[in-house]
Design a protein around this ligand. Structure first.
Ligand SMILES: Nc1ncnc2c1ncn2[C@@H]1O[C@H](COP(=O)(O)OP(=O)(O)OP(=O)(O)O)[C@@H](O)[C@H]1O
Ligand SMILES: [Mg+2]
Length: 410
């Protein structure tokens, strides 16, 4: 199995005072129970034993986070990033291996993890602070700063169950970073909150970094990892695939996951008369750069490159998006769009989504080009391209898409 040894050779192993988090041969198993309904009666009939499969979410992972560094963890959905972070935070216990953390640790792992819904923001700050090892007096001293940073003065005596997801994150984050941790573990929160809060967080990160604190950051935002981290590790299927400087690692990651994508595509089919064909589909981020990821709520563009081998009158392009369970999330076409009378040669057609409504997950794109009356199919490709959506805004959304709208509290 892969280990971090490739990056920190055993011979040149740093003294333990230079390592903030040492993960050694960590494996974590989850039990997946067969029966959904674990009724008491059924359990008794089995003699108390339920049938389960072992699922290894982490397999023999070893890595070292240098003290004072910002360390990024990347990998696809389900690769074990959060599990590893929870093991570091001692919320989960590894089934094998050890994790040493030097110094006071604070963690922001899940939306509102550690918050009690019935308690007010104020009470939760004290609860959280005490869990993180602060005395009541110490929290008194930081209280103003915490509330101010979260921008929640007005709502601090409201039960947190009435908070929006953004408010949850702001308060949780504010507590986590204002308790002066030596090691801060952060799971995917930077994508949440408004720009103003994100900027404040980045500044706070920089401040913590400059004052020699260690940060371990899980993120789907590869640019975030690229710009903020000095080192990064890549998990795949619970195994440490590679580690190193973010720039090199991310390039490899994007390349490989894309290559995997193409290799695992298959399963799709294609037909049509071919006068005009879709040659490539690209996903572009809000800045118009090709990407494999967008986040819910981000601006995104699907760019359909075509080649018309002859003059084709008013072609109509349509596409459908399915999730990996085969649920047809959406399908639209350009019939009512303003389009040229005819096309010839190579070009592209963009579909711009100002706010990506799909929730976090992987999606397959089916594309078709037909004639104006939908009587003739020039090109039809199922599963022509796959892309991923990372958790964005809203970060808590269920189903295939997040309905667009605003909350109003009277
Ligand atoms: N409590 C649990 N019981 C069973 N399986 C679990 C549990 N927690 C996580 N898993 C499984 O372990 C694997 C790793 O999950 P984990 O949440 O660590 O992934 P991740 O890399 O953080 O993914 P994401 O990018 O989606 O956040 C997944 O297959 C997940 O379904
Ligand atoms: Mg996760």
């Amino acid at each position: 199995m892969t280990s971090f040894g490739a990056v920190v050779p055993a011979g040149s192993r740093k003294g333990s005072e230079d390592i903030a988090v040492r993960v050694e041969n960590v494996s974590k198993r989850f039990r997946l129970y067969h029966e959904r309904n674990q009724s008491l009666k059924a359990a008794m009939l089995r003699g108390g034993r339920a049938k389960y499969d072992n699922f290894w979410a982490l397999k023999d992972v070893s890595l070292e986070v240098p003290a004072g560094s910002t360390f990024g963890l990347i990998g696809q959905n389900g690769s074990g990033k959060s599990t590893l972070l929870k093991c570091m935070a001692r919320i989960l216990r590894p089934d094998a291996g050890t994790i040493d953390v030097r110094g006071k640790m604070s963690a922001l792992l899940e939306l509102g993890a550690g918050f009690h819904p019935e308690l007010s923001g104020r009470e939760n700050v004290y609860l959280n602070g005490s869990i993180l090892g602060l005395s009541r007096k110490q929290i008194d001293g930081k209280f103003e700063e915490i509330v101010e940073f979260a921008g929640l003065s007005k709502f601090i005596d409201t039960p947190v169950k009435n908070y929006s997801s953004g408010m949850y994150v702001r308060l949780g984050f504010s507590v986590a970073i204002n308790v002066d941790p030596d090691v801060l573990l952060v799971d995917e929160v930077l994508a949440v909150g408004d720009e103003n809060f994100q900027r404040k967080c980045s500044e706070k990160f920089a401040e913590l970094r400059d004052s020699g604190k260690t940060i371990v950051l899980v993120s789907h935002g590869l640019d975030t990892v690229r710009t903020m981290c000095e080192k990064a590790a890549w998990l795949e299927g619970g195994v440490l695939k590679d580690a190193g400087t973010p720039a090199a690692l991310i390039d490899k990651y994007v390349e490989t996951t894309h290559v995997d994508r193409v290799a695992t595509q298959g399963g799709g089919s294609r037909w049509g008369s071919g006068e005009i064909v879709v040659t490539k589909i690209e996903l572009l981020d809000g800045d118009g750069n090709p990407t494999l990821w967008v986040h819910t709520g981000d601006s995104a563009t699907l760019r359909f490159h075509y080649l018309a081998r002859e003059k084709v009158k008013r072609p109509v392009l349509g596409f459908g998006i399915h999730n990996l369970d085969g649920v047809h999330a959406t399908g639209v076409n350009s019939r009512e769009a303003v389009a040229p009378e005819s096309v010839e040669g190579a070009g592209y057609i963009d579909f711009v989504a100002p706010r990506m409504p799909l929730t976090a997950g992987s999606y397959d794109v089916t594309v078709a080009i037909v004639d104006e009356n939908n009587l003739h199919t020039f090109d039809f490709q199922t599963k022509a391209m796959r892309f991923d959506v990372g958790r964005g805004t809203p970060s808590e959304a269920e189903g295939v898409f997040a309905i667009d709208g605003l909350w109003k509290f009277e």
